[in-house]
Design a protein around this ligand. Sequence first.
Ligand code: PLP
Length: 356
Amino acid sequence: MTRPTPRESITLMTGYHSPQIDVDVRLNTNESPEPPPGGFAEAVAEQVLAIDWNRYPDRSATKLRARIGANYGLPGEQVFVANGSNEVLQTLLLTFAGPGRTSAVFEPTYALHSHLSRVTGTTLVEGERANDFSIDLAEVERVMIEHRPDVLFLCSPNNPTGIVDAPDTIRAVLDMVRATGGLLCVDEAYGQFSDFSAVDLLGDDTPLVVSRTYSKTWAMAAVRLGYLLAPDWIVTELEKVVLPYHLDAMTQVAGTVALDHQDAMTARVARLVEERGRLMARLADLPLDVWPSGANFILIRPTCRDGNAVWQGLVDRSVLVRNCATWPRLDGCLRITIGTPEEDDRLLDALTEVLT
Ligand SMILES: Cc1ncc(COP(=O)(O)O)c(C=O)c1O
């Protein structure tokens, strides 16, 4: 038999994987180190028992969208929900990009923006960030003039660098996108860890969407729930593309119940930001380049040893961080998720041993 082959762009893909190795301290996927607050799982369980299991879930996820929107002073019609923000971004590309259309990213950035562009048959344009990994407006202008992308991605705070785009930068990019009839997507998966959000720039006549996730700040990576805030006419288009009943009843319940625990979430984020400061200060004493971070992770580059060897040395000490060697321009870099103080102390001890 001649085996059927996937599209050429798929054949060439390597996929997106962060190795899950069995270790004591896992600081490689930017999850919350703490579980959701006490009472959350019990409240979810109670509501799960009341689900009409023989019926499809609420296709519009009305309650969940209304509750998420209320957090931002927006109506539910301006909220699109899906199975993780990756599905949100994929739906966005299927709707506003795809074959014959173009998306733009600025490397190094979150790998799924380009991966999902390829998966959806979108022509991908890869611009470069400045030397300090901030957004270079001259480079954005070049990309806009040469390629007029239909969808342009920013990621703020940026994964894996941790850098937060300045409000003026986002406004300037938005002006350029508006001028060419494109759409700006600001991925704020780590938005709650930083001081500025592009949500403040949303408007009915503004070609801007902001995506967020329950995976990081809400300590709910297991659930798979992400959302996008946008003008309602954009959400209407996304709803046409996503599969019917894509968000199951349990996810809708978990996402709604989580919003009853807003204070605990805010307190956990504050603890992680404080811990980030402590870890940053300790890392400054080691032979490393360390980038500033507005997220729940820190990017480092060992200056005295090869990054791969340091990564392996940490694994040998049962500490897993993200090896960024395959990212453009990040050879030798490692990304460390902020853990509990105990986990971070294990990391610091291991890193000190490996580096000295
Ligand atoms: C920048 C960014 N966006 C989106 C995601 C995907 O999040 P989710 O778990 O909601 O699919 C991640 C996950 O690591 C991320 O780093």
